[in-house]
Design a protein around this ligand. Sequence first.
Ligand code: KIV
Ligand code: ZN
Length: 408
Amino acid sequence: MTHLERIKIFDTTLRDGEQSPGCSMNLSEKIRLARRLQALGVDVIEAGFPIASEGDFAAVKAVAAECRGVSVAALCRTTEQDILRAWEAVGAAARPRLHTFVATSDIHLEHKLKRTRAEVLKMTRDAVRLARTFTEDVEFSAEDATRSDLNYLCEVFAAAVEEGARTLNVPDTVGYTTPTEFREIIAAVRERVVGERDVTISVHCHNDLGLAVANSLAALDAGARQVECTINGIGERAGNAALEEVVMALHVRADRLPYACGVRTEALYPTSQLLTEIIGFGVQPNKAVVGRNAFAHEAGIHQHGVLSNPLCYEIMTPESVGVPSNNIVLGKHSGRHALARRFDELGFTLTPSELEEAYHQFTELADRKKNIYDQDLLSLLPARQRHEHAPALGAAALKLDLVEAVGR
Ligand code: KIV
Ligand code: ZN
């Protein structure tokens, strides 16, 4: 069996995710989600950016008090004021982490920070040194790392390590990099800065080109051992790497990605649903792993295959990510097998000729109607079945209502 090396999952749903449009959460919602993230098995919860607002400060403090089985990180820039405020919020955590960051790309230095490279180098040193007076667990991020000059990036990282940073985070802040390029950047940081030292390389990828997960996985190949990600991929602009996608890629392709993490995969879908409920919007139907259609099969050939053996068209089971069961959607592309299976699930066994007749009516109905529900199927039953099972029809309709009510 392949040896699986342990990597850390750093969840930033409550920080990067929460700061994106429409995703704000109140204190009790943050605590609810943080508890769930802890139960999910993430290694680090980034609970907020304490200097940013009173709300963020309170949330970090509350999560630190609540989640004793996980590291809790607080974000801060490289200023003394930021670091002191972050520590005030997170210091009481069972495992507190200070996460300090500064931009290293020339475009950010010139237009945003208005600082020279030498000044940013000094800011890095001062910040990490100060943070280390509070805790051993200091993470340093070079914002916009992927658009930074590689020599300068390595110089800044080397300074952070010298001052005691234990984690070096390489953010693709604007979602600009590609898997091959990112692999090279991570390999360079590993060879030129980390070497044999006990320092974890972390990655934090944004999804502007839809590459956040691919880039994160490529980074693991080059030596990264922490992935920063969010539930449902929420985050600034196009979002962050989706936690559920990273985790399931590791599970499904352990042959190619020999890394283990502590996440309980069966809790992925319920956690995604909780976030959806809290922020009031969900993922697109075809979203990998947690989308409504992620395990839905409509084409007749696919349905027949899945019903014979799910492995025909499913690389992971719905149950493995906490989705109750596979979701055969009946529509105009469905075949007789799926129809018979659904009737069977509803308690009706049709003879071949009854099935043929029902199927004929079904295709006519499916041409007219976008979604076919269980109650539609009941009207296709032969009279014999309808009379024999009169009481069961009520139950089937009720089952339909329940399915509708829970959205699956
Ligand atoms: O995207 C980014 O660069 C960040 C840092 C603060 C880690 O979110
Ligand atoms: Zn970010």
